[in-house]
Design a protein around this ligand. Structure first.
Ligand code: ISJ
Length: 187
């Protein structure tokens, strides 16, 4: 009788040991999404709303004045955090390109049924301040990401997360290009 239970006495510690070895080797760390990746996703998640506001107002997707104001504000905040301004500009330029690619694609289709009759926010007083706040948090996460020395892991995680969320390559590629540049060492 005791023989049938005997394997359990050594199997359980073995499984536990394997589990803790995997965790301590960084396997679990890689699974926890970096704050920068979460913020890239959070920023893009606003773009359906932004696009619908533009559809309702027949406004163009591209607003160069807003883009430049945002880039300058982010460069300034980045400088205060000790980040190279060209790195900050490249990072946000990539996120802006991704945002525009998403909106262009969204607006090439009819308004989805789920959006019919849905109240739309004000772009200037409601949505853009939220994007500015995400930008502030991105500066801090970018600082952290650059210090971590884990640029490759963050970039891989970002691509996987965006793909899982169903974003098109036309959106993912500029977002990743900006992320790589933002995390990169040379100007
Ligand atoms: C998001 C918007 O659409 C475009 C993308 C921008 C961005 O990603 O910050 C800024 C201006 C627009 O060219 C917007 O109009 O606010």
């Amino acid at each position: 009788m005791w023989k049938s239970f005997a394997p359990m006495t050594w199997l359980a510690p073995l499984v536990a040991c394997l589990f803790f070895t995997l965790i301590s080797s960084g396997w679990a760390e890689e699974k926890a999404a970096s704050p920068l990746v979460m913020l890239v996703v959070e920023r893009l998640s606003w773009m359906d709303e932004v696009a619908e506001v533009k559809r309702a107002k027949a406004a163009p997707v591209v607003d160069p004045v807003r883009e430049e104001a945002l880039l300058q504000a982010m460069e300034k905040q980045g400088k205060e955090a000790g980040l190279p301004p060209e790195r900050v500009r490249q990072f946000f330029a990539g996120q802006i390109l991704a945002a525009k690619a998403f909106q262009e694609d969204w607006l090439s289709r009819p308004k989805p049924a789920a959006w019919q009759g849905r109240p739309l926010p004000d772009l200037t007083t409601e949505v853009r301040p939220r994007l500015d706040d995400i930008g502030r948090r991105m500066i801090s996460a970018l600082t952290q990401g650059r210090q971590s020395g884990d640029a490759e892991v963050i970039v891989r995680q970002a691509r996987e997360t965006l793909q899982k969320q169903g974003y098109a390559e036309a959106v993912i590629n500029p977002a990743i290009k900006g992320l790589k540049a933002g995390l990169g060492r040379r100007p």
